[in-house]
Design a protein around this ligand. Structure first.
Ligand code: UDP
Length: 371
């Protein structure tokens, strides 16, 4: 009999496992996939750590979280500065003076602000959806070229039907600062995320390839409590209906050239290109292997966004009104499951970043240890 059965070996599960083990609890971690690390999983191909479930760039303002992850890995100095490709025109992201200069030919922050002010006038009152929010942040030109197509591809919904908060993730700056994140700390764990999670799970019993729903009544998996990090609706056998998720599919290519696009991420912001972005993984680690040698080949991933259907991997919760209301109902059921804690992006149906997941897991395990 375990104290805790942790379902899911992603970041939420791994942090809980580490903390509870260190607090003296007997823990078993299971994951239905054949590997640990959930969606932050990286796999080494030709010396390159490939982010198999999409680009993960660690960034945080939370010193506690930053100090915490340092215990398990050394982070490099990678800074995310994606490039947007709109029909062959390249723009700097997030929206900054380089972007405004390319878009309008403006040179000073004052000129850029004048342009934005002029264009944002079309929105009066509080923005009601992503489209209005975007226009009121940066104006219609940038909305049309850099936001509309990308967002519609990513979410499979019109910008006017999406919540405004999604776009508030993106900073707008009247400086030449193209660091995508407004974070104090940022970087990629050297050696990959799988290694980081391996370090977290060191000395802890982990079984991969084990589906919780198949084994939950077996003696070998019995535990006082369960920490469940899978989709909350799946736990309740979709009894109230299915929550919607966005899924992502990757087409990976190994190319016999050293440099495909000169940047880790290039977003394709038009509506016609079927993928949302291309990731060139070697640039997360400056094109070098761990000994500092240049890597002769490169791996790229084209990212296609799609609506989730059973059998696909869920990636992003769709936090619109309809789904938020359904989640609330599932949450009520979850609160009644005394033995089970629901956590993480899927367990809480929340668009968490990695640092927020770690903070949530640390808070949860603090609570447990204090009782
Ligand atoms: N976004 C956009 N154009 C871009 C990049 C992002 O319009 O080139 C918007 C889009 O609405 C997206 C949101 O910003 O859903 C958040 O994007 P981000 O890249 O942060 O999402 P991630 O997939 O990295 O979580």
């Amino acid at each position: 009999m375990y104290d805790y059965l942790i379902v899911g070996a992603g970041l939420y599960g791994a942090v809980c496992a580490r903390e509870l083990t260190d607090a003296g609890r007997k823990v078993l971690v299971i994951d239905k996939r054949d590997h640990i690390a959930g969606n932050v999983y990286t796999e080494k191909i030709e010396g390159i750590n490939v982010h198999k479930y999409g680009a993960h760039i660690f960034h945080t303002n939370d010193k506690r979280v930053w100090d915490y992850v340092q215990k398990f890995a050394t982070f490099n100095r990678f800074t995310n500065s994606p490039v947007a490709n709109y029909k062959g025109e390249l723009y700097s992201l997030p929206f900054n003076m380089y972007t405004f200069n390319k878009m309008w030919g403006v040179v000073t922050p004052e000129e850029a602000l004048d342009k934005i002010e002029e264009q944002r006038k079309e929105i009066t009152g509080e923005p009601k959806n992503l489209e209005e929010q975007a226009i009121s942040l940066v104006g219609r030109d940038i909305y049309e070229k850099l936001i509309k197509g990308y967002t519609q591809k990513q979410w499979g919904r019109e910008c006017s039907e999406l919540p405004a908060f999604i776009i508030k993730r993106l900073p707008v700056r009247l400086t030449f600062d193209n660091n995508y994140f407004n974070a104090l700390y940022q970087g990629i764990p050297i050696g990959g995320y799988t290694k980081l999670v391996e370090q977290m799970l060191k000395g802890i019993e982990v079984k991969t390839g084990v589906d919780y729903f198949r084994v939950k009544d077996e003696e070998a998996y019995s535990a006082q409590k369960v920490i469940y990090t899978g989709p909350i609706d799946a736990y309740f056998d979709y009894s109230l209906g299915t929550l919607e998720y966005r899924s992502v599919r990757f087409e990976n290519e190994l190319l016999d050239i050293p440099n495909y696009q000169g940047n880790a991420a290039v977003n394709y912001t038009d509506e016609q290109t079927p993928y949302t972005r291309i990731i060139e993984h070697k640039w997360f680690e400056f094109g070098k292997d761990e000994d500092g040698n240049d890597l002769p080949k490169t791996v790229i991933s084209k990212e296609y966004s799609s609506e989730w259907k059973p059998g696909d991997e869920p990636y992003y919760p769709v936090n619109d009104d309809k789904n938020s209301a359904l989640y609330k109902q599932y949450k009520e059921l979850a609160d009644k499951e005394g033995k089970v804690i629901f956590g993480g992006r899927l367990g809480e149906y929340k668009y968490y970043d990695m640092d927020q997941v770690i903070a949530a897991a640390l808070n949860k395990t603090d609570d447990i240890s204090n009782h």
